[in-house]
Design a protein around this ligand. Structure first.
Ligand SMILES: [Cu+2]
Length: 215
């Protein structure tokens, strides 16, 4: 299959420097439209290795299509099995220099919370839900996010319309959330509440994997 993919010059340089393939060559990409730009990144752990069950890995690809839609693909492993994982495109609309936080962003307690990560990867430009709304309003709707399988693997592909995501496809960070720190098999309050809301466990919102143009 012939792919007709163009990538912004800056993205080529950044991707080449990381040794990451930046072109859309996945055989399952059946969208007949030529891509405006496609951006592929590895997903790396956000947390230090001292945070239990936090060291997953993966890859992602964000493609802006000429019809105004965005296709996002996420492949990840090492995630909490049988649990939903909130995933978002993070960034700042119109800004280009966001990045993933390193473990040092966790401060004294050694855990990088959502709020501690936000200065690095920005706010939510799109929610990578499986159905329905993809705006930031769906950020914590865990019943509409992909669930990792028994082996902790997750595979996600969705093509959707989201103007913020389309306009910033070349600069977003892809963040996968959710770590079962205490290995209980569920998101509980063992590690306390989320930095976003006391109603949700930290385990459900904590950033697990991150990847993007600046990393
Ligand atoms: Cu997020």
């Amino acid at each position: 299959m012939r792919t007709r993919t163009t990538i912004a010059t800056a993205a080529v340089a950044a991707i080449a420097s990381l040794g990451v393939a930046g072109t859309a060559t996945a055989g399952h990409d059946e969208n007949p439209s030529a891509a405006v730009g496609t951006y592929a990144y590895p997903l790396a752990p956000v947390q230090a290795g001292t945070v239990d069950n936090s060291q997953g890995q993966g890859s992602t690809r964000v493609t802006a299509l000429p019809n105004g839609k965005v296709q996002v693909q996420v492949r990840a492993s090492g995630l909490a099995p049988h649990l939903p994982h909130a995933m978002h495109l993070h960034g700042v609309d119109g800004a280009r220099d966001q990045g993933c936080p390193g473990p040092a962003a966790g401060g004294g307690d050694g855990i990088v919370t959502v709020l501690e990560g936000a200065p690095f990867y920005g706010g939510i430009l799109a929610s990578l839900t499986t159905t329905g709304d993809t705006t930031a309003a769906s950020a914590l709707d865990l019943d509409r996010y992909p669930v990792a399988d028994a082996g902790g693997r997750l595979s996600y592909t969705r093509t959707f319309t989201n103007d913020l995501a389309w306009a910033n496809a070349d600069s977003v960070q892809v963040v996968v959330h959710g770590i079962d720190i205490n290995g209980s098999g569920s998101y509980d309050f063992g590690a306390g509440p989320s930095s976003l809301t006391p109603a949700v466990p930290l385990e459900a919102t904590i950033p697990a994997l991150c990847g993007g143009i600046a990393n």
